[in-house]
Each structure stands twice: as C-alpha cells, then as structure tokens.
Design a protein around this ligand. Structure first.
Ligand SMILES: C[S@@+](CC[C@H](N)C(=O)[O-])C[C@H]1O[C@@H](n2cnc3c(N)ncnc32)[C@H](O)[C@@H]1O
Length: 285
C-alpha cells in the first residue's frame, strides 16, 4: 500500500518519542524532590541528610513527603537534574543520541549487541530495547552491567583521578536488578535478549559472554568505572559501532580523563562528538 513505509516510520518515531519522554520524566514533568529519594539519600549535604532521615521515617508509615519544584524543560532536555521517579537521568538529548546511533547501526547493518555499563534504574537500556523492537530487530541482545548496589568507593592508589569521590555514599544510586527487571516489564520490553551482568565491572566485564558489540554506552562516572569498561569491551566493538561516554563532560577529570588515556594508549583518533554538556561519543573507524 502506497505510503505504508512513511506511516511505519512515523509510528516508530512517535513510539520512540513518547517512550523517551516517559523514561526521562519529561512526560510526567517529574520534578518532585522526595525526602529519602534519589536527590537526598546518602547526599554529602547535611541539609539533604536531614531531609532523607525525615523521609525515611515517613516511608515507614507508608507516607511520602515531597518538596515541589517547578519543572524546568531545559534541565531535563540536557539531563542536568535527576528525576524522582523516572527510569533515566540522562535527559532527552542523550536519549536521542541512542536513537540516532541505533538507526545508523540498523541502516549500516553493523554487527553486534548493545551494552550499557552503569544502568541505575535501567532507563537508557529500556530505550535501547524499545529502539530494537521499533526496527523489528530480534537478534541483538541488550546487556546491562551494574553492581546494582551503587558506585564503588574510590581506589585512589590505583586511580588517583577518583581520590575524594563520594558518589558511593549516594544510596539513591543503588537500584536492585529485580527493580530494573520490573521496570523493563512495565514497558513490555523484558525478554531473553535482555541480559544482566551483576557485580563490579572489574569482576564481570573481563569474562562477560559478550561476543561483539555495535554500541557501548559507558555511564559509571568514575575513572575506574570507565577504564574498566573500555579495556575489555572496546576491542569487541565492531567497526562502524558507537562508543558513548555519558560523563565525558560532567566528570571530565574522571570518566573524561579515562577516555583520553585509553585513546592515547591505543592510538584512537576518531573524532569525539559532543552530545550535550555531559555526553559525547565517537564512531569506530
Ligand atoms: C549515573 S548512574 C547511571 C545512569 C543511567 N545510565 C541512566 O540511564 O539513568 C551510574 C551507575 O553506575 C553504576 N556503577 C558505577 N561504577 C560501577 C562499577 N565500577 N561497577 C559496577 N557498577 C558501577 C552504579 O551502580 C549506578 O547504577
């Protein structure tokens, strides 16, 4: 039927647009600061710790106390604030980057699976899976690598760039694998081509049963978490595949530095393209 390809493309685009708005909290304009939630739990700020303690008490009584803040679409567009309830903190522009990379991978038939190292509530991986479904791709696996218990304490002796890092104290960054599985189910996207690598990257990634990758997305913030993902995974990335670093700009002295060190050691000169203030990627030549 004339026009059916155009209609399919339009429906795909509408589905992916709605899905990314939902996953980032842009749809719900999700901007409450829930006491005891991700914006306060384990925060180094004294005020936020007090707020978290009050929130924990309320939660024991099955109550939620939320500080209401006006929603700022620009912050969410650029992934500059953390949603209280939504499944991803990366914002709309970095979601669109995933969408564009997968469209290119499908168009060019770049072989391999997709992985994110550092998934939190799973939103970016749910979006990867939504894209594969939207393109009718049933062959690729989406791999989720995470401790599912937050970030590691810094190992400043081995990785001086991480000295003083306090992200491991932020208990709101620890989201269990069962919760992430449930989040996939809520979007109708959990199947046996969604696979979990549970544990610290240094333990799981070197022996992960991942054969070939078309897209690797690193979102572990720290130098350690970035270099420990690049070393075992980058050699598995197909030519034409994409390497995305969520924290290239936001953690320039940690994730960003790990990228510069790895690229220099391996003579990688493919152009780094900035997505927004935080994220960047390059395409393997
Ligand atoms: C910023 S969050 C990821 C955000 C997520 N990509 C999203 O779409 O919202 C960082 C995640 O990396 C994980 N992580 C960081 N370093 C890790 C390491 N060395 N081993 C395992 N997990 C790690 C944390 O548990 C956390 O879930």
């Amino acid at each position: 039927m004339a026009g059916s390809a155009a209609l399919t493309a339009e429906l795909r685009s509408l589905y992916l647009d709605l899905t990314k708005r939902s996953l980032t909290g842009a749809l719900a304009e999700d901007n409450d600061s829930i006491l005891g939630g991700v914006r306060t739990a384990g925060s180094p700020s004294f005020k936020k710790r007090v707020a978290a303690a009050v929130g924990d008490l309320a939660q024991k009584a099955n109550l939620e106390i939320a500080y209401k803040k006006p929603y700022d679409p620009t912050l969410r567009e650029n992934g500059l604030d953390w949603p209280s309830r939504a499944e991803s903190m990366i914002g709309l522009r970095r979601m669109t980057n995933i969408q564009e990379c997968i469209a290119q991978i499908v168009a060019d038939d770049v072989p391999g699976d997709l992985i994110e190292t550092g998934v939190w509530r799973g939103g970016a991986c749910i979006f990867m899976k939504a894209n594969l479904r939207a393109w009718g791709d049933t062959t690729r696996t989406v791999w989720l690598a995470d401790s599912f218990e937050g970030l590691p304490a810094p190992d400043a002796a081995r990785y001086p760039a991480d000295a003083g890092d306090r992200l491991h104290e932020q208990t709101g960054l620890a989201v269990g694998a069962d919760q992430v599985r449930h989040n996939f189910e809520r979007y109708g996207l959990l199947d046996d081509r969604v696979r979990f690598l549970v544990g610290w990257f240094k333990d799981t990634l070197p022996t992960a049963p991942v054969e070939r990758l078309a897209l690797m997305r690193l979102d572990g913030d720290m130098y350690e978490s970035t270099i420990q993902a690049l070393e075992p995974l980058y050699p598995k990335l197909s030519p034409g595949g994409f390497c995305i670093i969520d924290d290239f700009g936001s953690h320039a002295s940690q994730a960003g530095q790990a990228v510069h060190d790895y690229r220099a050691r391996h003579g990688i000169t493919d152009e780094i393209v900035q997505i927004d203030e935080f994220g960047a990627y390059w395409r393997k030549s």
